[in-house]
Design a protein around this ligand. Structure first.
Ligand SMILES: Nc1nc2c(ncn2[C@@H]2O[C@H](COP(=O)(O)OP(=O)(O)OP(=O)(O)O)[C@@H](O)[C@H]2O)c(=O)[nH]1
Ligand SMILES: [Mg+2]
Length: 318
C-alpha cells in the first residue's frame, strides 16, 4: 500500500457523502497512484531522450530530434497541469463546500437552510432579525458534501446583538466557496452585495407560493424549485468534478497540490534551462527533481509507516 492508498483508507472511513466515498474508493484502488506512476514513467522517458544528447554532445544535429523532446515535454507538462487543476474542487470535496446563505432579514434564509438540511435546525419566525448568529451544519446535496451556513439578515441596524451577527455573516461571506442570495422580490441592495462578494453567487427568489410571482423561484411550503436549486448548487460548487466523472483521478489534499506544484515548476525550469542553452546534463537535474516530487506524492511507505499513521489518525488500540 502506498501513502495515497493509506490516505484513501482514512478518507473512506471519514466519508459523509456518496461523492466522497466514490472518490476515496477510486484512490484506494490506485486510480491516483497509477496516474502518477504513468506521469513518472513519461518524465523518465524524457530524461532518457536527453541522455542521448549527454552521450553524444559533439554531434551537430544530436541523434534525437529536438521536436521529439519538445513534444514529450509538452505532453507530460500538460498532464501534470491538468491533474493540478482538479485540486480546488478536490480539496473542497475533502472538506465540504462552504455554502453561505445570505440576504435581507426575513427573506426566508433560515427556512431554506432547514429545507436543504432536511431538518428544522434554525429558528424561523415572521419577525425580521430572527437569526442573530451564524449556524453551521453539514448537508449532502446531490451526493456532494456541503457545510451550510445560515446567517443573520444583512441590514443597517442599531441593535447591538444583531449587528454582531451581521459582522459574523460578513466573515463567513469572505470565506465562502459559494453564496446563496435569497430575495423575496427584487432586492435593491442586491447589486451592492454582489459587488462585495468574491465567491460565485446563486440568486434565488423565495416564497414562490405567495404573491403569484410566476415561475423560477423556490418555495419551502410547496417544495417547488428545490430540486433545481440543489442541482444548481452542486453544479456551481463541483462542476469541474461532475464533468470529469468518477474515473479520472483527482487530488484532494494540500499535500497533493504542493507536490504537483513542485513537479510542474521543475518541468518548467527544465524547459527554461534548455531554451537558455544550459547543457543537457544540467537540465536533466530538473527532470530528476520532478520525479522526486511525484515519488514523495505517491509515498512509498513501509508497513510501519502505515501503521503509525493509522494509529495516529484513528487512535486504534489505545
Ligand atoms: N409562504 C411561504 N413563507 C415562507 C417561505 N419561506 C419562508 N417563509 C416565511 O417567511 C418568514 C421569514 O422566514 P425566515 O426563514 O425566518 O427568514 P430569514 O431570512 O431567516 O429571516 P431573518 O433570520 O430574520 O433574517 C417566516 O414567517 C417564514 O415562515 C416560503 O417558501 N413560503
Ligand atoms: Mg433567519
Amino acid at each position: 500500500m502506498d501513502l495515497l492508498q493509506a490516505e484513501a483508507t482514512a478518507d473512506l472511513i471519514d466519508a459523509g457523502s456518496p461523492a466522497q466515498r466514490r472518490r476515496a474508493l477510486q484512490q484506494l484502488e490506485r486510480g491516483l497512484s497509477d496516474r502518477l506512476a504513468a506521469l513518472r514513467a513519461e518524465i523518465l522517458e524524457l530524461e532518457a531522450l536527453i541522455a542521448y544528447d549527454i552521450d553524444f554532445p559533439e554531434e551537430d544535429e544530436g541523434p534525437v530530434n529536438p521536436e521529439r523532446v519538445r513534444a514529450a515535454w509538452s505532453a507530460v507538462r500538460g498532464r501534470v497541469a491538468d491533474l493540478l487543476k482538479t485540486a480546488p474542487e478536490g480539496e473542497r470535496l475533502h472538506e465540504g463546500a462552504l455554502l453561505v446563505i445570505a440576504g435581507r432579514p426575513n427573506a426566508g434564509k433560515s427556512s431554506l437552510f432547514n429545507a436543504l438540511l432536511g431538518t428544522e435546525r434554525a429558528i424561523v419566525t415572521e419577525i425580521p432579525g430572527t437569526t442573530r448568529d451564524a449556524i453551521e451544519a453539514h448537508a449532502v446535496i446531490e451526493g456532494f458534501p456541503f457545510r451550510l451556513v445560515d446567517t443573520a439578515g444583512l441590514r443597517d441596524t442599531d441593535e447591538r446583538i444583531e449587528r454582531l451577527g451581521i459582522e459574523v455573516s460578513r466573515k463567513y461571506l469572505a470565506a465562502a466557496d459559494l453564496v446563496l442570495f435569497c430575495e423575496e422580490r427584487d432586492d435593491p441592495s442586491r447589486e451592492a452585495f454582489l459587488a462585495q462578494v468574491k465567491a460565485p453567487v446563486v440568486v434565488v427568489r423565495t416564497k414562490a407560493d405567495v404573491g403569484g410571482a410566476g415561475g423560477g423561484g423556490v418555495s419551502v411550503v410547496t417544495g417547488a424549485g428545490l430540486p433545481e436549486l440543489r442541482r444548481r448548487l452542486a453544479e456551481v460548487a463541483f462542476g469541474h468534478l461532475l464533468a470529469l466523472g468518477d474515473v479520472e483521478p483527482v487530488v484532494t489534499r494540500a499535500r497533493h497540490r504542493s507536490a504537483l506544484d513542485r513537479a510542474l515548476a521543475e518541468l518548467e525550469a527544465f524547459w527554461q534551462a534548455r531554451a537558455e542553452g544550459v547543457d543537457a546534463a544540467a537540465t536533466a537535474t530538473h527532470l530528476r527533481a520532478a520525479v522526486v516530487a511525484l515519488d514523495d506524492l505517491i509515498g512509498a511507505v513501509t508497513p510501519e509507516d502505515v501503521l503509525d499513521r493509522v494509529f495516529a489518525a484513528f487512535c486504534v488500540g489505545k
